[in-house]
Design a protein around this ligand. Sequence first.
Ligand code: SF4
Length: 400
Amino acid sequence: MLYAQGPSKWPEVPEWWSYSLLREVEACPRQWALWNAIYPRIWTAHGYPKRPYIASLQGRVIHASVNEIIRFLRRCNCQSSTDPQIPSLLKEIGGYSSVIRRNILREREYFENNPRSVDYTEHVFNTLKNRVHEIREQVQTLITRVAFLGGNTMPWTGAEHTGLGTTALGIDSYSEVFIQYPEKRLRGITDLIVASASNCELIDLKTGLSHDWHVEQLWFYNLLWNYDRKVNPFKKEVSRMALYYQHGIVDIQVPTPVELAEFESRVLQRITLATAGLRQCLPYAKIDYKLCKYCGVRHLCDEYWRSWLQQKIDQPTNIMHDFELLIVEPRGSLSCKCEVIASNVLHDGTSVLLRLPRNIGEIERGQTIRVLDIFMSQSTEDSSTPILQAGVQSEFFAVD
Ligand code: SF4
C-alpha cells in the first residue's frame, strides 16, 4: 500500500508553456503540481507514479506508431499514403504489427518500476497486446488520411538555406515538428507539417473523440509556427489547418493575423492566471466535482476529502466510489471492519465491512486509509452494515 502523503518538494513554475501544459494547469493547479512533484518516500523517479489505463495507452501507441511509420515512409521517399508499395516497404521495419508491438513495449518501460501499477501492469498490457489487430486498423486509417508523405526535401522557392541551419523546413512533409515562440516562451510539437511550393498545412492526428479544444490547439501551433524563425525562417503563413480523426477529416478555418494576435494575447493572459495559481504556497486546488472524481492524484489532495465536498459529489450508488476509512478491526488479510471518515454516499461515522481482493499489506487498528474506486453493497447477514467490495481496479493508500 502506497502512502497518500503530499510531496517533499513542489515543482518549479514552468518557464516554457505548451498548450497541453496550459490546459492541465488551468484545469487544476494543485493537480498539475501533485503530478509533477517529488516523492522520495515512494520512488526516485520524477513526479507521482501513474496508473496504466488501457484507453489512453492505446491512444499513445497509435500516435507513436503512426508517426514512426510516416517518418520511415518519408525516408523511403514514398510520396503517397496510397502507394501500393507501402506494405513491402514496411517489411524492412517488420510491418505494421511489429511497429505497434514495439511501441507497446516502450509504453510498458515506464511501468516496470512503477510502485503504483504492480497489480495492474500485466493485465493492462496483455489486454493491449490482444488488441494489436484493432490498433493496426486504426493506424492504417490515420496514415491513409495523410495523403502526401514526402521525401526529397526541396527549399522554398527563392530561399537560401545557407547559414540558416539545418532546422529550416522546406517543401516536404514533416512529422512531429518541435516549434517555438521564444520571445513568449511558448512551445509545442505539431504532428504534421505538409509544405508545398504554395501551401503550408498544419495537421494534428487524433486517436480519440473530437473536442472543442482540438481547434484551439491548432491555433496555438499556428502561433508558434508564425514566430519560429528556426523552422520557419521565411515566414511562410499557414494556408490550411486540419484535424485527422479515425472518423474523418475536419478542416479548421485559418485565423487572420488580427485573430491570431488576439488569440496570443488571450493565451498570455491565461498563462499569467495559471502561473498565479501555481505560485501560491500550496498550489491552488480548483475544485470541480466532475473533474475531481476522475483526478488521478485525488488521494493526495486534502481538499477532495473534506466532508462538505464529498457530500456535493452527486453519483448513483451502484457505481464505484471513494472512501476515507478508519480501520476498526482487521479480520485476517482480506477483510476488516471500518468507520467512514469521508464519503459521498455514506455519513461520517458509518460502520462498513471492507473486503479486499488481495493482500494489500499490513492493516492496523486505528490506521486511516483512502480507498479509490470501490463498489458498495448491503451485507446479507446484517443489512445495516454496508460492504465495500474492492475489485482489481480499486486502489488503497495509507494516510498515516
Ligand atoms: S481532487 Fe480536485 S481539487 Fe484536488 S487536485 Fe484533483 S482536481 Fe484538483
